[in-house]
Design a protein around this ligand. Structure first.
Ligand code: SAM
Length: 352
């Protein structure tokens, strides 16, 4: 969804960490990620894990608490901050035991509206279907949304699992699959850290879902989790937009109507979509506010959507840090090689 980067057919979106926060908060001098607050790592007072400068360990000790009490409190804060829930099975789909928040979750709060906003995308569906056929065996999609790609793949006879953060999207995915009598395993979880206890022959992340991970450390955690779920000979494939600096620089915060995104809602009639975006160059994140309006109901949904840009040169490096190798990068769905002016980065990876 990030703006003009994302075609209507390829779908979009993004998120920012909620209260569970990033496990990794920075990079050490070697370039390797450092978990501030680890026993072997000097605590960084700027770290959100430690609660900021005024709540540093030294401050706690100086304020009269015993060193042991301060240490215990610190450890408790670290544990609260870094705990990432694993999935468990409840009812129709497997649900995360504790709520994991996502900055853009409002954007996904009406899954049917989302499907109307981004219909189509057939070349992407065909591509992932062909890859599933080519690989054979089990398929896992991360950030599967309402099953736009996964349900067709499952209908081809592949055992499919979809991992998704939003319960609204999962409920709609389940409804659509049930309607077609297609079996898919739906799991609520966070692609930054998951453990499904088995491997897959194809793992994919479609339609910019990966751009919901804003920190380099989050991408790394995701890639490491993916690596742990790849069977021998398996492939990891994802598509993200190719950042265009002119488009990024044009994001001036002014609300504008996107005529190409308007659609008809059975309950509300014609729906107009306005978007205001700015680009945070330091974070490499486009921060947008999306306004959905009907004649009778202006701004019936106003939702933030934040998408990271992954620049071409950082991608292979991040993958290699997680034990993955970029074996091919295409610039479109027909398999044209990636070039600077390509709309997308369609990446095919294998275990190192
Ligand atoms: C643009 S939608 C794509 C949906 C689907 N892959 C498709 O092609 O239609 C991005 C999806 O990623 C999900 N998502 C965002 N952050 C996530 C995370 N950390 N873990 C799992 N899913 C996430 C969102 O809830 C949303 O459903």
């Amino acid at each position: 969804m990030a703006s003009r980067h994302v075609s209507r057919d390829s779908a979009p979106p993004a998120a920012v960490l909620g209260s569970s926060g990033p496990l990794w908060t920075g990079f050490g001098t070697t370039g390797a990620p450092v978990r501030y607050g680890d026993r072997n790592t000097a605590p960084d007072r700027r770290s959100p894990i430690l609660g900021g400068r005024n709540r540093s360990r030294r401050h706690l000790v100086a304020s009269g608490r015993t060193a042991a009490a301060a240490r215990a409190r610190l450890l408790e804060r670290i544990r609260e901050r870094v705990a990432v829930p694993k999935a468990r099975r409840v009812g129709a789909w497997t649900r995360a035991p504790r709520r994991v928040r996502c900055m853009s979750e409002r954007f996904y709060s009406d899954a049917r509206l989302y499907d109307r906003l981004f219909p189509g995308g057939e070349p992407a569906v065909d591509f992932y279907r062909a890859e599933a056929d080519r690989q054979g065996g089990r398929v896992l999609e991360l950030g599967c949304g309402t099953g736009h790609k996964l349900i067709p793949i499952a209908s081809d006879g592949h055992p499919c699992t979809g991992l998704e953060l939003s319960s609204d999207m999962l409920t709609e995915a389940q409804r659509k699959a049930d309607e077609r009598a297609i079996a898919v395993e739906w799991v609520q979880g966070d692609m930054r850290d998951f453990d499904l206890g088995r491997t897959f022959d194809l793992v994919f992340v479609a339609a910019n879902s990966l751009l919901h991970l804003h920190e380099a450390a989050d991408l790394l955690r995701c890639f490491r989790s993916v690596r742990a779920h790849l069977a021998p000979g398996a492939r990891f494939i994802f598509d993200v937009f190719n950042p265009n600096v002119r488009v990024l620089a044009d994001a001036d915060g002014v609300r504008r109507t996107r005529d190409a995104l308007s659609f008809v809602d059975p309950d509300r009639g014609d729906v107009r979509v306005d978007v205001a975006e700015t680009y945070d160059a330091a974070a490499q994140v486009t921060r947008g506010t999306w306004h959905f309006s009907a004649d009778s109901e202006p701004d019936f949904l106003v939702a933030p959507l934040e998408l990271r840009s992954i620049f071409p040169q950082e991608l292979p490096l991040l993958l290699s840090l997680a034990g993955l190798r970029l074996v091919e990068r295409f610039g479109d769905w027909s398999g044209r090689p990636f070039t600077g002016d390509a709309a997308i980065q369609l990446c095919v990876c294998e275990s190192d």
